[in-house]
Design a protein around this ligand. Structure first.
Ligand code: NAD
Length: 710
């Protein structure tokens, strides 16, 4: 393992990167191998060209995130020097007096594509598996190996923006059209011969665009009259998205503007400085931890019971072809599973199937699916009103109305259709799985499969383990989730599971603020400033105020909670007034906290009835109340064993209930906020606003020991 160095008779050296481990990454081992290679290339007699290739399935995976996440504040100088050292090596590659080519056989992302940008020519295999781009921004970082500056020089500020500030990744044909690479081959076997042919044909193509005399950045430099106003508008638009909570896109734009203003080498140093400041920033720690390590952990099966052989679902039955059933049918058919979609009438089931036609049709239009692929997926969905058509399904999921008696009846009448070793899933969002499993003759094969709406867009599946659900059933549910490309978290069967219970605290806190007289526009604005994807009063409307109230009332009626324990009774009174007195039950009815019409939505002016002129709450009080409630509820879920892992909490909160991305999820947030600081702030909030903010024991224990939530 290492870098293989082969010189052919024409004097062309092929460097095939094959680092230890499954992928090539930019770390200290890389620096050593790369330096030795550059030394040798510089000294090579009779050298006529160089090809960088990979022995792995991917070309190069980018920066070593294990190393990057471990860089602590205080070690900035050392880190900066390391970055500059690697960049000097890349510059030496660029300065070789012979043409160099990157032969891209697989994904070339981040640091991998930075290496490609140092070559004079880039050729990629035009395959679905090959992706090109800079995902750094999605982890709170910037391309710090010269990529930010080089791409700006190559494409110009405007065209480089989506690749750098949004982390856009593309397939080779698109990369060629956008000027990121110059050539593609359809057959992988042609890749190296094409690279050699280009070297032979272009012996003098040795100077990078930015090193050529008279080089101009496409579109103009930062001070040009066309570009300067665009920068002002661009940075305002960016701030609208980041609200100062996501430093990476801001630093990237900053570096790009400097690159288009200063000389190449100075801009490179600025890029290294900005990279260094991001690496040690809490937001990068949060994003790398959760979106890379914990996401891999979750998808890799950390919460899947060991010892159960992998399984897959071949024939899926879905009962209820409404909003959820039709979405589940869609993702399953897309994943190659045969689906029987049952509703009370054939027409209703057909309507459910028609939903897939719409979703797939859009995908075909965008070039993300072939018409043949769409036809094959559509053919996999059989709509029906006949119970007998479900015979032989190895999984049946019910997605009928949220009513215990109906669900009981459905389980009883259709359980017999399951294949001998089939299992049963309920998509209930609130009913206890253990209770529903009572109507099953084999409760060990009964599991909660809580999908999110719209199913074809939302990446999460919350798997709910009932009291009797067996490990085998849980493992099979997990495998099914991966089969349909969802990220599964595993939670115990408690009221509201993890996600509904936790989002509920955020929603009710916002209504409590209304009840206390805070201006609704202020609540919504501050939540947007926290980067919640949907502001909480709007989200209350989406979920429906009536549903929120019905769930509360039915839980009280069933003895699952006591009305007098309601932590935000004034908020509940507002909800009740909205639904029962004012007939504003939510978005579905066209009126809730907002008014809705074709032109969009506006906060309802009638909310002024609750406003008070003398509200004594700072912005920080409001922000912390909205953010801390779900964080505290997540801690309680961990303490009570509803959550089995920190990773599930973080991934579930981000992918299921819209926790702001900069937090890295509701538990990771605590690690960088500071455990003691959070405890102290909660104690202050509890004193002023009530015991719902009191720090749970698990938080106090971690704050005392200093142990992070991992
Ligand atoms: P929906 O009203 O859109 O669909 C329910 C469907 O079930 C209807 O098409 C109805 O005709 C059908 N149905 C009723 N009785 C039936 C029977 N006996 N046999 C066959 N079909 C029957 O409801 P939905 O929003 O899809 O919700 C379904 C379930 O999913 C509920 O348990 C709900 O709590 C849960 N859920 C909903 C969401 C959401 O955001 N809507 C999210 C997660 C879970």
């Amino acid at each position: 393992m290492g870098f293989h160095y082969d010189k052919d008779r024409d004097g062309i050296v092929t460097v095939t990167m094959d680092m230890d481990g499954p992928v090539n990454t930019m770390n200290t081992a890389f620096t050593g191998l790369f330096e030795t290679t550059i030394d040798r290339l510089e000294a090579e007699a009779g050298l006529t060209g160089v090809i960088f290739a990979s022995a792995k399935k991917t070309f190069f995976a980018g920066g070593d995130l294990k190393m990057l996440v471990a860089v602590e504040p205080g070690s900035e100088n050392e880190f900066f020097r390391g970055v500059e050292y690697t960049k000097a090596l890349l510059r030496r590659l660029e300065a070789l007096p012979v043409p160099t080519v990157a032969a891209i056989n697989g994904a070339a992302l981040g640091g991998g594509f930075e290496l490609c940008l140092c070559c004079n020519h880039r050729i990629a295999w035009n395959d679905r598996s090959v992706k090109i781009g800079f995902p750094e921004v999605t982890l709170g970082l910037l391309p710090g190996g010269g990529g930010t500056v080089r791409l700006t020089h190559m494409l110009g500020l405007q065209a480089a923006m989506p690749y750098l500030t949004e982390g856009k990744q593309v397939r080779p044909d698109r990369a060629r059209a956008d000027g990121l690479i110059q050539e593609t081959v359809e057959d992988l076997r042609d890749l190296l011969p094409r690279a050699k042919a280009w070297i032979v044909d272009n012996p003098n193509a040795v100077t990078q665009p930015w090193d050529q005399k008279g080089h101009r950045i496409p579109g103009g430099g930062s001070n040009s009259p066309k570009v300067a106003p665009m920068i002002a508008v661009g940075s305002a638009m960016l701030f609208e998205k980041t609200r100062g909570r996501l430093p990476a896109p801001e630093r990237i734009l900053d570096t790009m503007v400097e690159a288009a203003r200063l000389d190449f080498d100075t801009a490179q140093r600025i890029e290294s400085r900005n990279f260094t400041s991001l690496v040690t920033h809490p937001v990068a720690k949060n994003m790398i931890t959760t979106f890379f390590f914990q996401l891999n952990q979750v998808n890799g099966g950390a919460s899947r019971p060991d010892g159960v052989p992998p399984s897959s679902v071949k024939r899926l039955g879905i009962i209820g072809a409404g909003m959820m059933g039709q979405g589940i049918a869609n993702v399953a058919a897309h994943a190659g599973i045969d689906v029987v979609l049952k509703d009370i009438s054939l027409e209703a089931a057909q309507r459910g199937k028609a939903y897939s036609e719409k979703v797939f049709g859009k995908r075909v239009k965008r070039g993300k699916m072939t018409p043949e692929g769409m036809q094959a997926a559509m053919d996999r969905i059989t709509p029906t009103a006949q119970l007998a058509d479900l015979d032989g399904c190895d999984l049946i999921i019910e997605a009928v109305f949220e009513k215990v008696s109906l669900k009981d009846q459905i389980v009883k009448e259709s359980e017999g259709c399951l294949s001998a070793d089939g299992f049963w899933g309920s998509n209930t969002s609130t009913l206890p799985i253990t209770r529903l499993a009572q109507s099953s003759s084999s409760p060990e094969r009964f599991v909660g499969l809580h999908f999110f709406s719209p199913v074809d867009k939302m990446p999460l599946l919350e798997i709910v383990v009932g009291e009797k659900t067996s490990d085998e059933t849980l493992a099979r549910a997990f495998d099914f989730a991966r089969q349909i490309r969802k990220t599964p978290i595993v939670v115990e069967d408690a009221l509201g599971f993890y996600t509904s219970r936790t989002i509920g605290t955020h929603l009710t806190e916002s209504v409590q603020l209304v009840a206390e007289g805070v201006s609704p526009a202020r609540i919504e604005g501050l939540a947007r400033g926290l980067l919640y994807p949907t502001s909480p009063l709007a989200l209350n409307d989406e979920v429906s105020l009536r549903l929120g109230l019905e769930i509360f009332d039915s839980q009280v009626a069933a003895g699952l909670r006591r009305a007098e324990d309601d932590p935000t009774p004034e908020g509940t009174a507002v909800l009740r007034a909205m639904v029962e007195d004012l007939d504003r039950p939510g978005r579905y009815a066209g009126s809730g906290f907002y008014d809705y019409d074709d032109s969009g939505k506006r906060l309802w002016s009638g909310l002024s009835r609750w406003r008070k002129a003398d509200v004594d709450l700072s912005d920080a009080d409001i922000e912390d109340r909205l953010l801390f409630r779900p964080v505290l509820e997540t801690l309680r879920c961990l303490e009570e064993g509803v959550l089995r892992s920190v990773a599930d909490a973080n991934i579930g909160s981000i992918m299921g209930i819209g926790a702001p991305v900069w937090t890295g999820g509701y538990l990771q947030f605590l690690n960088t906020y500071g455990l003691k600081k959070f405890q102290a702030r909660c104690e202050a909030l509890a004193e002023r606003f009530g015991p719902r903010f009191a720090p749970p024991r698990i938080l106090i224990a971690h704050a005392e020991s200093g142990e992070a939530f991992r």
